[in-house]
Design a protein around this ligand. Sequence first.
Ligand code: NAD
Ligand code: WQD
Length: 353
Amino acid sequence: MKTKILVTGGAGYIGSHTCIALHEAGYDIVVYDNLSNSNREAINRVSILIGQPIEFIEGDIRDTELLREVFALHKFFGVIHFAGLKAVGESVSKPLLYYNNNVSGTITLLEVMAEYSVKNIVFSSSATVYGDPESLPIDERSKRSCTNPYGQSKLAVEHILEDLAASDDSWNLIALRYFNPVGAHPSGQIGEDPNDIPNNLMPYISQVAVDKLEKLSIFGNDYSTVDGTGVRDFIHVTDLAQGHVAAFDYLEKQSRLNESGTTQQYSVGFLPINLGTGKGTSVLELVCAFSDVSGQAIPYQFTDRRAGDIASCYASVDKAKMLLGWQAELSITDMCQDTWRWQSMYPNGYDVS
Ligand code: NAD
Ligand code: WQD
């Protein structure tokens, strides 16, 4: 029988790509999403891409009763927990919404998992938990600190997972700390579809490229980086999706070892792992790469630094390689090509009305 995984937030940007990767890797999936930041059309497109309907439940992770029904109906091996709100600026103006959704929601999910003895979880954490890093590349033992409610909510969940692991070694809890996910599925059928004017760089660039936005503002050109603009570790969303498959393969392998009884009982505990490429790319380098790939001019202007931004951020990727046997494969050109394909095929994202 196939291993069954509950994917919370599976209709979203990273979740939808991960559903495809999980299906291709032979996992059975059930998606649970309240569609607060996603579109049912993403689920339809994923179903078409994988050639069979996705089992989808519209629901909120704060809804204990509905979660109980879902866990009673399905025998899950574990959960990939993408569901959460992610806009840094909005989190500053609506902190209670962010703590309620991201922290209380996760507690509710963990409580129901415990009730049904489902103790394997892969949580979507973020490089944001490292704040302004003391040194580069950033490894998983680096100091954690956050300056905004969104980041605090990710850090709070990490602490909860750590405490849970310490209290009971039957929990296996992996926190994947994503760096800067970009790109889209190579088919061009699914991708990132921001509700409003994008906050993040890549969707902003791609909307300038299709003339939805007039020009990019580059926030600061006086950082001590290669060209004065910010440096980030951009990672293709399909590489990231494979990282989740590798994390679940790891959890399954540990569980099989334990079941075979040939080794000492092994607990994964709380395991934080960076998912990045290990390479930094500057804002200007990304703009140039996108312009080359798309053949479109990307008009830009330099403006003041954005509050809360750091100069440079890129991952140490050794732990993911060593433990999960995973590493990112795709280049900045691939990331731009696939973003451009999605954006030019669907300039209005999933809104095709
Ligand atoms: P997304 O907004 O596209 O996907 C999140 C999904 O969760 C959406 O489909 C949304 O409808 C759903 N959701 C939100 N609150 C929910 C709730 N209470 N109950 C049920 N569903 C709910 O975001 P994404 O970019 O795919 O990010 C996925 C996860 O990864 C998030 O937790 C995010 O914080 C984290 N993350 C994202 C990035 C990034 O840059 N995209 C970086 C690091 C970490
Ligand atoms: C990248 C670079 C900007 C937009 C954010 C979250 C982080 C994580 C990933 C969830 C920076 C510059 C951007 C623009 C610009 N999300 N920029 N003009 O800030 O590294 O990370 O997304 O966990 O928590 O904070 O990503 O894409 O916003 O910015 O010049 O219009 O692009 O200053 O140097 P960031 P980003």
